[in-house]
Write a protein that binds this ligand. Structure first.
Ligand code: SF4
Ligand code: SF4
Length: 445
């Protein structure tokens, strides 16, 4: 393959803050004594509980089934007893959501996992079924069920599969450590996806700030149909549309999907989970996540069992070295601030950050001064200043006409705004309102 890398428009160059945790090898830790599994930790229909209070469960046991095709099952990451099925505070939105709470017996007794040493000989349909049953969703934070992304309608011809190893969000180093310590999982996972999609070549896209990963994986893939491509460092280089533009010079149309332009993109962590599910029969019960931020005593990368509470992870980093003004699930550009640590790690938890007061933007903001910085920074060719003014006036329909739904919530506009306007927060809210209005219009009168 001969690849030319194309530049996407807009974007910003913030300090990536990855130095805080990038040298911390992935540490395996015990789960918390109480683990919680939200029934909605993916995009789509919530899963449906298969257990009741008092039931004993094993590691790997399916405790909730998918609620539809666009949904995913949930599996227990510990052995123990179901304590409660109730509503608890959930990340990322800080609302009370239905969860299964399990008391971890600390024994980690497992179900029998079925191994497939010759996984590349399996039929694509069988591979897809394994991924679906393993409950795999986009682990970069998007949480879209993976089997759906890997099942494009027949009239969409897919010719490009991209493993997204960019990890451009600030502070996060979970994918970096995974690619460095388990490159085999990424390469073999990519081959499994190629077989499912019927593509003959695949790309692993990595930003230039991870030269050790680029060097290692390039060496390992020499002569293979999987190729490593180095990308320039620019935020949000890992945005799906930006990545496709950079790799293929194709533009995903407004309201469209990567499959509209013949592409499928999966995050590096997701590709590794695909390998674990197919090769070892292990459902998605753990993930690598970064605990970082200037308020954390010893930032680390953990392989953590899903359901583990955030409080335990911060404790395992030695706690705080200074007061934490803000806790964020995800990164500072795209993540969600939380008001409690009593929240479980879920399939989409790429990181947990604790920031001291001097790293938190002031909450008071000023009117727009029309400086145009946000327009120059926006990688989606939007006019964030205008959209924000419309949303302040609660003109949701007008914001929709100004393409608020095309906002990828990258936060570049908020980052550059000298008036400290909470632009991305406004757009998250504005998108939800615009969607509500569209749905209301579709309802029969
Ligand atoms: S408007 Fe949306 S896509 Fe554009 S910079 Fe802001 S957050 Fe990113
Ligand atoms: S960056 Fe802020 S102040 Fe400047 S045009 Fe955009 S919204 Fe207005």
């Amino acid at each position: 393959m001969d690849f030319k890398v194309f530049e996407f428009q807009g974007g910003v160059h913030p300090d990536d803050k990855k130095g805080l945790s990038k040298n911390s090898k992935i540490d395996d830790i015990e789960a918390s004594g109480i683990v919680r599994f939200p029934l909605s930790q993916h995009i789509g229909a919530p899963s449906k509980s298969l257990v009741k209070e008092g039931d004993e469960v094993l590691v790997g046991q399916m405790i909730a089934e998918a609620g539809g095709f666009v949904s995913a099952p949930v599996h227990s990451s510990v052995s123990g007893r179901v304590r409660k099925i109730d509503k608890f505070v959930a990340a990322p939105f800080g609302i009370h959501a239905p969860m299964i709470e399990i008391e971890n017996d600390g024994k980690y007794k497992e179900i029998d996992f079925s191994e497939h040493p010759n996984y590349l000989d399996l039929d694509p349909k069988e591979l897809l079924g394994m991924i679906q049953n393993a409950g795999i969703v986009g682990m970069g934070g998007a949480t879209f069920p993976t089997h759906v992304k890997l099942s494009p309608p027949k009239d969409f011809k897919i010719d490009t599969f991209i493993t997204n190893g960019v990890e451009c969000e600030l502070y996060l180093t979970a994918d970096y450590r995974l690619m460095l310590e388990h490159p085999d999982k990424i390469i073999e996972g990519a081959k499994i996806v190629m077989k499912i999609l019927g593509v003959s070549e695949a790309i692993i896209a990595i930003e230039g700030n991870k030269p050790d990963c680029i060097e290692k994986i390039s060496r390992m893939t020499e002569g293979q149909p999987v190729k490593v491509i180095e990308l320039p460092v620019k935020y949000p280089q890992g945005g799906e549309k930006q990545l496709i533009k950079a790799m293929t010079n194709r533009e995903v149309p407004s309201g469209g999907l990567p499959m509209n332009v013949g592409c499928v993109v999966q995050n590096a962590g997701t590709v590794a989970a695909i390998y674990d599910a197919v090769r070892f029969g292990r459902p998605l019960i753990e993930r690598v996540t970064t605990i970082s931020g200037e308020a954390i005593k010893k930032p680390k990368n953990f392989r953590v069992r899903l359901g583990t509470l955030a409080s335990l992870l911060i404790e395992q980093c030695g706690g705080y070295k200074t007061s934490a003004k803000k806790i964020i699930f995800g990164g500072p550009m795209t993540g969600f601030a939380q008001y409690t640590l009593d929240i479980p790690v879920t399939k989409g938890t790429s990181g947990i950050l604790a920031l001291p007061p001097d790293k938190v933007k002031p909450t008071d903001y000023s009117p727009c001064i029309s400086c145009g910085s946000c327009v120059r920074a926006c990688p989606a060719s939007l006019v964030p200043s205008k959209m924000s003014i419309l949303l302040e006036r609660r003109l949701f329909e007008e914001a929709d006409k100004n393409d608020v739904l095309d906002c990828i919530e990258c936060g570049s506009c908020s980052y550059v705004c000298p008036a400290h306007r909470p632009l991305v927060q406004m757009f998250k809210f504005g998108k939800a309102k615009a969607m509500e209005l569209r749905k209301a219009k579709q309802q029969p009168k």
